[in-house]
Write a protein that binds this ligand. Structure first.
Ligand SMILES: Nc1nc2c(ncn2[C@@H]2O[C@H](COP(=O)(O)OP(=O)(O)OP(=O)(O)O)[C@@H](O)[C@H]2O)c(=O)[nH]1
Ligand SMILES: [Mg+2]
Length: 238
């Protein structure tokens, strides 16, 4: 089994070293790709220090902050080129629990796309302001209402793709960047009939570092859902 965990970073120096340490310790045959956008806080430098003693860590550095969606696309292309069979996504800020990685991977043996879901067993989010929780929760209902896609947590960023899913998607055609990126990947996988499984996770708000969430990426998702649905109905989703 060849698995790659992609971690996009922007100013995560307070988190990345500890996170990499835990992941490498607990998941024997996992390789990790950190995708850093020239974080001013020196995140890439911390990764390089770790790489010196750890061949399972890889690093791609981009010249500036270019967004989460394109970071993942870059990571996906790297994974396909280097023969990885399972390709995972995870945030660097400990919102996703590294202890859940083996469970995601295990489930991925029987499904094409596994999604760590905050909403598959009620609501499993710790320390979010109620406003943010409501936006996220109703966003997931909204996505389902417009698209009928049977996914309870369509915007989550803790997941595992089988490489055949990524191979089947034209990565240069991905339109979206923020939350919409996650929705778009799920939608494209679902439309093609891939087997999708949600497993419950507990999501915890970041303790260290600052959020990059903004209004723009929420609105992007609101419109993108219609866009994707129309493209699907017109048979034009390539
Ligand atoms: N490479 C890269 N990584 C990014 C970019 N924006 C965010 N990230 C990383 O993507 C992951 C998710 O971003 P967060 O800032 O945690 O976004 P969020 O989870 O919506 O918000 P909070 O957790 O509340 O801060 C983190 O690991 C970030 O460091 C970007 O433009 N480029
Ligand atoms: Mg976060």
């Amino acid at each position: 089994m060849k698995a790659l965990l992609i971690i996009p970073t922007y100013n995560e120096v307070e988190n990345i070293d500890r996170l990499l340490g835990i992941l490498l310790r607990d998941t024997a045959d996992l390789e990790i790709l950190v995708l850093d956008d020239n974080s001013p806080d020196g995140t890439a430098k911390a990764v390089k220090a770790k790489m010196a003693s750890e061949p399972r860590i890889h690093l791609i550095e981009r010249p500036g902050k270019m967004g989460l969606g394109s970071a993942y696309v870059t990571g996906f292309k790297y994974a396909l080129k280097n023969g990885f069979e399972f390709i995972m996504e995870m945030d660097a800020d400990f919102s996703h629990n590294p202890a859940d990685v083996p469970r995601l991977l295990e489930t991925a043996q029987n499904y094409d796309l596994v999604i760590g879901s905050r909403y598959s067993n009620g609501v499993n989010i710790v320390n979010w302001p109620i406003r943010r929780l409501l936006i996220s929760y109703f966003a997931s209902k909204y996505v389902r209402f417009i698209t009928s896609m049977p996914i309870k947590d369509p915007t989550g960023g803790f997941k595992c793709f089988n490489r055949k899913v990524l191979e089947s998607i034209n990565l240069d055609r991905i339109l979206s960047d923020g939350y919409a990126f996650q929705i778009e990947m799920n939608f494209r996988a679902w439309v093609q009939g891939f087997r999708i499984k949600e497993i419950p996770i507990i999501f915890t708000e970041r303790i260290n570092g600052v959020s990059k969430m903004n209004k723009h990426i929420v609105w992007e998702a609101v419109w993108m859902v219609w866009h994707l649905q129309f493209r699907k109905l017109l048979g034009n989703l390539h």
